[in-house]
Design a protein around this ligand. Structure first.
Ligand code: HEM
Length: 145
C-alpha cells in the first residue's frame, strides 16, 4: 500500500507542477504584443507540449488514488463513518479535473488569437491550483471530518 501511496503522491505533485506552470504561460501570452508573431508561436508550442505532458501525468495520479480508495478501501464508506474528508477530497479532485480541462479550452482561445483577458486576470487564474492542492493535502493528511 505504501508503494501505491508513494507513486500517488509523486504523480499528484508532477500533475500539479504542470497545472501551476501552464497558466503562467497564459500570463506571458496575454502580455505578448500583437506584432510579435514569433514570440506568440513559441509560447503556444510550449503550452501545447506542457498540456499534453500534464494530461499524461494526471492519469497515473488518479489511477493510484483510485487504487488506494477502491482497492485498499481507505476513506471508503459514508461520511458519517469518518470518511467526510474523502468525500470532500473527491470534490477537490473534480474541481482539479475541471481546471485542467479549462486550461485546454483556454489554450485554444490563445491559438485562435481570441483571448480578451488581461495578464492580471491570468495571474489570479494561476492561483487556483495552489488552493486546490492546499485543500486536498489538508483533507487527506489532517482528515478534519
Ligand atoms: C481520484 C482521485 C483521488 C483519489 C481517489 C485519492 C485517494 C487517496 C487515498 C485513499 C489516499 C490514502 C490516504 C491515507 O492513507 O490516509 C490518498 C493519499 C494522498 N492523496 Fe489522493 N486521491 C486522489 C487524488 C488526489 C489529488 C488530486 C491530490 C492532490 C491535489 C491528492 C493528494 C494526496 C496526498 C498528498 C496523499 C498522501 C496522504 C498521506 O500520506 O497521509 N490525491 N489519496
Amino acid at each position: 500500500m505504501l508503494w501505491v501511496k508513494s507513486l500517488h503522491i509523486v504523480f499528484v505533485a508532477s500533475w500539479f507542477a504542470g497545472l501551476f506552470y501552464l497558466p503562467r504561460i497564459f500570463v506571458n501570452l496575454a502580455m505578448v504584443p500583437p506584432e510579435s508573431v514569433a514570440e506568440h508561436e513559441r509560447l503556444i508550442l510550449m503550452a501545447r507540449k506542457l498540456l499534453r505532458f500534464t494530461t499524461l501525468l494526471a492519469v497515473p495520479a488518479l489511477f493510484f488514488g483510485l487504487w488506494l480508495w477502491l482497492g485498499y478501501g481507505i476513506g471508503r464508506g459514508p461520511a458519517a463513518a469518518g470518511n467526510g474528508w474523502m468525500h470532500a477530497k473527491l470534490v477537490v479532485v473534480a474541481l482539479s479535473l475541471g481546471y485542467h480541462h479549462a486550461c485546454g479550452r483556454m489554450l485554444s482561445t490563445f491559438v485562435a488569437r481570441r483571448n480578451t483577458r488581461s495578464h492580471v486576470w491570468w495571474r489570479w487564474f494561476n492561483e487556483v491550483p495552489v488552493l486546490l492542492l492546499l485543500t486536498a493535502v489538508i483533507l487527506v493528511v489532517v482528515k478534519p471530518f
